[in-house]
Design a protein around this ligand. Structure first.
Ligand code: C2E
Ligand code: MG
Ligand code: MG
Ligand code: MG
Length: 290
């Protein structure tokens, strides 16, 4: 809670809170130099479609290798990047890096692969986002329709008119839009209908209890039904077991992402996975084109 209440409140809290505040200040200082010191890296987690059980997309996930503290997970530093405004520059780096990587995989012969990129609230409401995306797509010469931006439900709680306008504006670039961690926010279904979305990502907290928890089963089924009736595709996050996969498949969930298939991987590991997954003729083609 303390993290959300902002910096001004810290001096009034307990010693423990003060230490936390000190750590936050340090983290923010270190984040300031992380970009120019090349401490960020993207890893990529496959997304597999039901119809073919092939990898059709990847999600880019940010990693920060701190020179002293080692790997810091995004859940720890993204809120700091967000509150300090650094997320705008970091996010632009992510967009550019992910688009460059997609170009590389398209050039290797995986032309159908899509790239999902997470956006933070601050980034979404920032003026330059449209230009940043347009430039990255143009600079790397990729097909815009293969790039997908993930926004979370909790970002959608503000002025609906403004959000709808921004989403439509971004959509004019030809990119795809999805709603991440779906089910954990409070979005009204009537709003959902007005958002020009392509995909709903079922939050992994609902997948975790499958197949035994019948409440989770009912929620997942309801989300899939809503998604389909609004014309969105649906992907389940956090698929870890064969049992979860088979239940989701029965309910016609169109795509899956999770440790059952693969953890987020390096470029090299993901390239190897893609080669393994691709039909044979394509493999030959992609290898000979190198
Ligand atoms: P997310 O966008 O919902 O990403 C999915 C998270 O679930 C990732 O955590 C992924 O590693 C993890 N995950 C995937 N499959 C499984 C599974 O089967 N089981 C479990 N237990 N976990 C699984 P990660 O990489 O730590 O990222 C956490 C969050 O940080 C992301 O959640 C996203 O909200 C944020 N994030 C990551 N990269 C970026 C970025 O470039 N920009 C922004 N704004 N946020 C990012
Ligand atoms: Mg896809
Ligand atoms: Mg995501
Ligand atoms: Mg998620």
């Amino acid at each position: 809670r303390a993290k959300e209440s902002g910096r001004s409140g810290y001096q009034f809290y307990t010693e423990q809170m003060h230490i936390d505040a000190q750590q936050l200040v340090e983290l923010e200082q270190d984040l300031r130099s992380a970009l120019k010191n090349n401490e960020f890296k993207l890893v990529y987690q496959p997304q597999v479609e039901l119809e073919t059980m092939q990898i059709t997309g990847v999600e880019a996930l940010l990693r920060w290798h701190h020179p002293q503290k080692g790997l810091i997970p995004p859940d720890k530093f993204i809120p700091v990047a967000e509150s300090s405004g650094l997320i705008v520059a970091i996010g632009a780096w992510v967009i550019n890096q992910a688009c460059g990587q997609l170009r590389y995989w398209h050039d290797l012969g995986f032309e159908q692969l899509s790239m999902a990129i997470n956006l933070s609230a601050r980034q979404f409401f920032q003026k330059d986002l449209f230009a940043t995306i347009a430039q990255a797509i143009a600079a790397h010469g990729i097909e815009a329709g293969k790039v997908e931006f993930e926004i979370t439900e909790s970002m959608m709680m503000r002025n609906i008119e403004e959000i709808v306008d921004r989403l439509h504006h971004i959509k004019t670039l030809g990119v795809q839009l999805s709603i991440d961690d779906f089910g954990t926010g409070y979005s009204s279904l009537s709003y959902l209908k007005r958002f020009p979305l392509n995909k709903i990502k079922i939050d992994r907290s609902f997948v975790r209890g499958l197949p035994d928890d019948s409440d989770d089963g009912a929620i997942v089924e309801a989300i899939i039904a809503i998604a389909h009736s609004l014309g969105f595709t649906v992907i389940a996050e956090g698929v870890e077991t064969a049992e979860q996969l088979s239940l989701l498949a029965t309910k016609r969930c169109g795509e899956f992402q999770g440790y059952y298939f693969s953890k987020p991987c390096s470029v090299q590991a993901l390239s190897a996975l893609l080669l393994e997954h691709l039909p044979k003729e394509k493999k030959v083609c992609s290898l000979s084109s190198r």
